[in-house]
Design a binder for this molecule. Structure first.
Ligand SMILES: Nc1nc2c(c(=O)[nH]1)N[C@H]1C(S)=C(S)[C@@H](COP(=O)(O)OP(=O)(O)OC[C@H]3O[C@@H](n4cnc5c(=O)[nH]c(N)nc54)[C@H](O)[C@@H]3O)O[C@H]1N2
Ligand SMILES: Nc1nc2c(c(=O)[nH]1)N[C@H]1C(S)=C(S)[C@@H](COP(=O)(O)OP(=O)(O)OC[C@H]3O[C@@H](n4cnc5c(=O)[nH]c(N)nc54)[C@H](O)[C@@H]3O)O[C@H]1N2
Ligand code: SF4
Ligand SMILES: [Mo]
Length: 698
């Protein structure tokens, strides 16, 4: 039996797994022993990767929608020419920006890099990614505060921290390996703390749980800062040597008094003081945030308020510390650096002449073709389609008709397109229903590439199964269109993923993520390697788990981190008589992945998953409204839409809130077109809604 080590391409942990294969059939999937991330363990999604693309596999040839609505199966070459001609003619008729793309954080580095190369550095169109829905707030907060998008921690810090604070993160469900590492923590008396408006699975398993009112994190964090400063619980030496802007912050937070916080955050004076005291007394305090922070209307400032707390208490760069953003998708970290959307390769600047010279020299691009500016954000792309300005769209490895906020706006948009290319492993997704061209590509187990996980660890995806006739990868599909566009010498250097990797490596030279010491072959069967890993580190004794900022030096020009802050904004959707309930959304179960296109194929997940959209409601509210377990309600949202949900009754959700898993398309029917002003990430977790029991509608 052959053993092939590759990575799981669901969440950002990037567990490594050994596939045992005999005669082209996977016999067993075993989490890789000794791999520093998941050492011999993984969750149900990874262990079920062999079940993918077995039951609903589309034809391996592409199809093109005909005038009468039917789908015509064509050869790959025909499809490449069709798409290339259509892209060119739309640009000729309606302007360069009349076509756009939506990329992803779930493909290989090489795949979204070549997509960015073709769409941005050749066609000069806009391409945003589903990472906008997920990590944009964290990325912007780090760029502004540290000078580079570089989360500094390593997973080992979970084991070394004496005070672990989860804020807007539910790792028990969303990142099981994070939770496993917490459980490996042997620090005597260590405390696990969770801040979440609902008693999530993580809250239930923590030592301290603080049920904050939704969207009140920023005020709580400013208050905590005020308490730390007024009690002189701060690290003067660190602040002085390694930061800028503290004096202004000290003045700014003075108005965030404990009394005010008690009125606004829903937490008691005792709770807030208890939390502040634990942060003060902790010797290694770490704060971990995810979508409860990133998906808000003032998310960047909230993430920075977490960073400010860690900076002022010196909880950064030491073992077990850090303001640590947990990444979502398997290669979101890679797409943040290499999808050519908000920054050019490795964090380079679109407008910088030196960067442009390097890019052209390495990739074979022509300067006249290079993207001139960061992309339009996702919402502007959707609005541009609805306004008739964008006529062609190519999406890969994402299902926005389900996942985009206020998703009717996306459903309406795609009906207006002249060209809508959907590239997915299934043609049964909601988004594929409206495709004018469908590119069926092979899943991760049949292709190669590199991934970067949440702690900056690069690893290799290695093909586990051979391809069948006509089966091609995402990389080859994009390359095919690039050639059909007539890119000629501008795509010559991109023939294989390995060639692409070598170019990306070269482009990382001298940048924060410098991985010039990493090689394509060297990553195979390895323990992965965290960036930075510049050439000069090769041959040195390098620790397997490394953190950044140990020297207190950041990526800003003067090496200092910045205190950034701002007056909290009014909630755009306050609770009103018409919409009295807060509609919180997020992950439902460990087994379900986002829009379920993949996990619905996994029998032991699907068999136990609820088939219709549901939400959780507080027991008292349900009783008052005469609602019983799995009764149907019609929920109407402040965004003007309504959708039906089955009700599950629980004490874990407060009286005035509802919690809906995002795995059902109905969920984003109700979320608003509202965004953080810096990151343009959707405010997914706090629409206001009302409901009636079905059968009792007026
Ligand atoms: N099984 C499974 N795992 C996944 C995924 C999946 O689809 N399925 N998706 C992956 C991806 S891409 C991502 S981004 C991550 C997401 O991982 P998480 O962010 O951990 O998951 P969510 O459930 O979106 O949100 C986390 C928590 O934020 C809370 N929250 C809501 N509003 C607020 C608030 O105002 N303040 C605070 N403090 N908390 C709030 C919610 O109640 C929820 O418990 O999960 C990854 N892992
Ligand atoms: N209300 C609400 N909405 C949310 C969120 C929330 O918390 N609340 N979370 C948001 C977040 S954090 C995220 S990351 C998004 C995720 O939103 P999406 O990215 O839209 O969701 P996925 O279901 O992961 O879509 C991935 C698609 O890629 C396909 N695919 C898998 N492997 C391959 C491959 O190798 N190649 C190609 N081409 N396709 C492949 C799958 O079949 C699937 O259709 O959802 C966002 N939406
Ligand atoms: S989904 Fe995440 S935790 Fe589960 S096996 Fe995959 S990488 Fe590991
Ligand atoms: Mo995500």
């Amino acid at each position: 039996m052959k053993k092939i080590q590759t990575n799981c391409n669901y969440c950002a942990i990037d567990c490594n797994l050994d596939f045992l294969v005999e005669d082209g059939v996977i016999q067993k999937v075993v989490p890789t022993k000794g791999y520093p991330v998941n050492d011999g363990f993984c969750c149900i999604k990874g262990i079920s990767l062999d079940k993918q693309q077995t039951t609903v596999k589309p034809n391996s040839l592409p199809w093109i929608r005909q005038a009468d609505g039917t789908k015509k199966t064509v050869s790959w070459d025909e499809a490449f020419s069709y798409v290339a001609d259509k892209l060119k003619s739309l640009q000729a008729d309606y302007g360069t920006e009349s076509v756009a793309g939506i990329s992803t954080g779930q493909l290989t580095l090489e795949e979204f890099a070549i997509f960015g190369h073709v769409m941005r550095d050749y066609l000069q169109t806009n391409v945003d990614g589903n990472t906008r829905l997920c990590m944009a707030s964290a990325a912007v907060s780090m760029k502004q505060t540290y000078g580079y998008d570089a989360p500094g921690y390593t997973l080992k810090d979970l084991e070394l921290s004496d005070t672990i604070i989860f804020i807007g993160a539910n790792p028990v469900v969303a990142h099981p390996i994070v939770w496993q590492r917490v459980r490996y923590n042997k620090v005597p008396g260590h405390k696990i703390i969770c801040i979440d408006p609902r008693k999530s699975e993580t809250a239930r398993n923590s030592d301290y749980y603080y049920p904050i009112k939704p969207r009140m994190d920023l005020k709580l964090l400013y208050t905590l800062a005020n308490i730390m400063i007024s009690n002189d619980w701060i690290d003067h030496d660190f602040i002085e040597k390694h930061t800028n802007g503290f004096d202004g912050y000290r003045e700014f937070v003075k108005e965030f008094t404990l009394e005010r916080a008690v009125k606004e955050t829903g937490l008691s004076l005792k709770e807030i003081m208890e939390l502040a005291t634990m942060i003060h007394e902790g010797k290694a305090v770490s704060m971990w945030w995810t979508m409860g922070v990133n998906q808000g209307y003032e998310a960047v400032r909230t993430a920075q308020a977490i960073m400010n707390l860690c900076l002022m208490t010196g909880n950064i760069g030491r073992p077990g510390t850090g303001p640590n953003s947990i990444t979502g998708q398997c290669n979101a970290m890679g797409s943040r650096l290499f999808s050519n959307t908000t920054c050019s390769y490795a964090g380079r600047d679109f407008g910088n002449a030196e960067d442009r010279k390097i890019i052209c020299a390495v990739t074979g691009s022509d300067d006249d073709h290079l993207a001139r500016k960061p992309t339009l954000p996702y919402n502007k792309i959707v609005e541009g389609i609805n306004a008739g300005e964008i006529r062609g769209l190519w999406i890969l490895c994402t299902n926005p008709k389900h996942s985009w906020t206020n998703n009717k706006t996306f459903a309406d948009a795609v009906k207006k397109l002249d060209l809508f290319v959907v590239q997915d492993i299934y043609d049964t997704t909601e988004s594929a229903e409206d495709a004018t061209v469908f590119f069926p590509v092979v899943p991760g187990i049949k292709k190669c590439g590199t991934y970067i996980n949440l702690e900056r660890r690069m690893c290799r995806m290695v093909p586990v199964l051979p391809r069948e006739e006509n089966e091609i990868s995402d990389y080859e599909a994009i390359l095919g269109v690039g050639k059909a566009l007539g890119m000629g010498s501008q795509i010559e250097k991109w023939e294989t993923p390995e060639m692409c990797f070598n170019m990306l490596r070269e482009m990382s030279r001298g940048m924060g993520c410098d991985f010039t010491g990493v090689s394509w072959r060297g990553l195979e069967n390895s323990h992965g390697i965290q960036w930075p890993y510049p050439e000069k580190m090769v041959g040195q004794d390098v620790a397997e788990e490394r953190r950044l900022y140990e020297d207190g030096i950041f990526f800003t020009p003067d090496g200092r981190a910045k205190f950034l802050y701002e007056e909290p904004l009014a909630n755009p959707y306050p609770q009103t008589e018409a919409y009295p309930y807060i509609f919180n959304t997020g992950r439902g179960t460990v087994g379900q992945w986002h829009t379920q296109s993949r996990t619905k194929e996994v029998r032991n997940v699907e068999d136990v998953s609820i088939k219709k959209a549901y939400l959780f409601m507080n027991t008292r509210l349900a009783r008052e409204k005469n609602i019983h377990h799995m009764d149907m309600i019609r929920v109407s949202s402040v965004n003007g839409q309504s959708a039906d949900f089955a009700v599950r009754i629980t004490d874990d959700v407060p009286y005035d809130q509802l919690y809906a898993p995002e795995h059902y398309i109905e969920c984003n029917c109700l979320t608003p077109s509202s965004y953080d002003k810096y990151s343009r990430e959707p405010n997914y977790k706090a629409a206001t809604v009302n409901f009636v029991k079905i059968g009792e509608e007026a």
